[in-house]
Design a protein around this ligand. Structure first.
Ligand SMILES: [Zn+2]
Length: 73
């Protein structure tokens, strides 16, 4: 196997490149990043991004967001 970052070749299976420290194993689960949604930009994309991150209905998140804004001031 080769290090995807520096290209160093390894004969055995390793987890990290000893030369540059790049992770060599493939992640078991897909890491979700909390990013602004490209699809839901109704309120700056924040709520939509949150909804996608939490796998929730964007409308529900918007309502919760507004409620939180009203209660929290
Ligand atoms: Zn490397």
């Amino acid at each position: 196997m080769f290090c995807p970052n520096c290209g160093k070749e390894y004969q055995e299976k390793i987890n990290f490149c000893s030369q540059c420290g790049t992770a060599m194993f493939s992640p078991a689960r897909r890491v979700k990043k909390l990013t602004l949604s490209e699809k839901n930009k109704k309120i700056g994309g924040v709520c939509g991004g949150f909804a996608e991150y939490l796998d929730l209905d964007p409308t529900l998140v918007r309502v919760a967001w507004v409620m939180g804004a009203l209660v929290g001031g």
